[in-house]
Design a protein around this ligand. Structure first.
Ligand code: T4K
Length: 371
């Protein structure tokens, strides 16, 4: 039993004294928000770090998702996954768009491209897949369908900071990708988010939309929102960037240690590892199968008794929440893979400062049950 609670994640925080000079600059120039110097620096620095063309910073990932839909003038129906954080589908409802839920693939728990076409109707205008746990979607197959049916693709890439496939950043795919910089994410600015976009014209529209629709002092061209990231968050992001590679390397070590300790345990199924891709180890999901001696929920409780606070991301499914469950596409028979995964999944604690001692304790609690 751990004497201190071990949570599913713990935010990465650089030494406080390193942040003081950034704060001093803000205090000196008195620019607190509205696209100030740190905001501009962080957008540029993230383009370089992530290897993408344009980054528009946001106050959080949810407002960024809602704005991405506005930026591309998405309406009607959007195909999406039930196996995600509820913000994915909420961003559609906030825009008056009907989510149409399609099942996920058992290997990745990402939207299954083979099931998308059957859900397309004349009202479908876009697909919103999620790179769940930072594992890339089948981007080629999704793009092919989008091209055939003239649909936009907006990736909810909240988990995918720094993830790369063989061609570069996974964030270059689709029309737009949306990141979250929430405290629980691999790169955090306390709260924050971003839209990654391929061209300057779209970036300009996004920048207008996140600033009430203002083009200049007296002109408003759209019913925009206030989605701007503050200078304090942007300054913190600049500092975080100096430490993010070290944090990712530490996460990789945690992932390796878990795989070594757990993947051979009967009834415990670790989701696929990154293979050739550059992963960010943002989550460590495992599936508790029927041949494990305890149910997923019993294991969750057992860990809790040992002061280990794993999480059942993503249970319940989005489609089980009251605002979605009456929709025809939300019915469980339409979503067998997601329904089964939501009942088996357990995300173990993973963060840069998780000690080997704590990892061993977690592995021990899980393995002891099966012996
Ligand atoms: N799309 C996807 C696919 C997402 O996963 C998310 C967010 C979004 C969109 C929306 O992006 P944002 O609008 O959030 O930028 C958490 C996060 O609040 C949420 O950002 C995240 N996904 C989701 C998967 O997880 P909770 O309700 O599980 O958070 P909470 O407060 O229970 O935190 C989990 C653990 O982390 C705590 O037990 C302790 C630790 N923690 C948390 C916070 C906030 C800390 O140690 N310090 C902290 O400040 O939702």
């Amino acid at each position: 039993m751990s004497d201190k609670p071990i949570y599913v994640t713990q935010p990465t925080l650089p030494p406080l004294e390193e942040f003081i000079p950034y704060l001093q600059k803000i205090w000196d120039n008195k620019i607190l928000t509205n696209g100030g110097p740190f905001h501009q620096q962080l957008e540029k620095a993230l383009c370089d770090y992530l290897g993408v063309k344009h980054v528009a910073l946001f106050t959080n990932g949810t407002i960024a998702l809602a704005t991405a839909l506005q930026a591309l003038r998405v309406t009607g129906e959007v195909i999406t996954t039930p196996y995600s954080f509820v913000a994915t589908a909420h961003s559609l409802l906030w825009n008056g768009i009907k989510p149409v839920f399609v099942d996920v693939h058992p290997n990745t728990l990402n939207l299954d491209p083979a099931k998308i076409e059957a859900a397309i109707t004349p009202s479908t205008t876009a697909i919103m897949p999620v790179h769940c746990y930072g594992h890339p979607c089948d981007v080629q197959a999704i793009q092919k369908i989008a091209d055939n049916y003239n649909l936009k693709v907006i990736y909810d890439a909240a988990h995918a900071f720094g993830v790369k496939d063989e061609g570069g950043s996974v964030l270059r795919h689709g029309d737009l990708s949306v990141l979250s910089f929430h405290a629980t994410k691999v790169f955090n600015t306390f709260e924050g988010g971003a839209i990654i976009c391929p061209d300057a014209k779209t970036k300009l529209r996004i920048d207008q939309l996140k600033n009430f629709g203002f083009v200049d002092e007296t002109t408003v061209v759209a019913p925009g929102i206030n989605g701007k990231m503050s200078e304090i968050n942007a300054a913190f992001g600049m500092l975080q960037l100096r430490h993010v590679d070290a944090a990712l390397a530490q996460r990789r070590n945690v992932d390796t240690a878990y795989r070594k300790g757990l993947c051979a345990v009967p009834g415990i199924h670790c989701l696929q590892d990154a293979g050739e891709q550059v992963a960010n180890y943002s989550y460590f999901p495992l599936l508790v199968e029927d041949d494990y001696p305890l149910s997923r929920d019993a294991l969750y409780q057992k860990l809790k008794e040992n002061n280990i606070h794993a999480r059942r991301y993503f249970y319940p499914l989005i489609t089980d929440f009251p605002m979605y469950r009456g929709m025809p596409s939300a019915q469980r028979e339409n979503l067998p893979v997601a329904t089964a995964a939501a009942l088996k999944v357990l995300c173990l604690p993973i963060y840069p400062n998780l000690t080997l001692e704590h990892i061993n304790l977690i592995v021990q609690v899980i393995t002891k049950v099966s012996q």
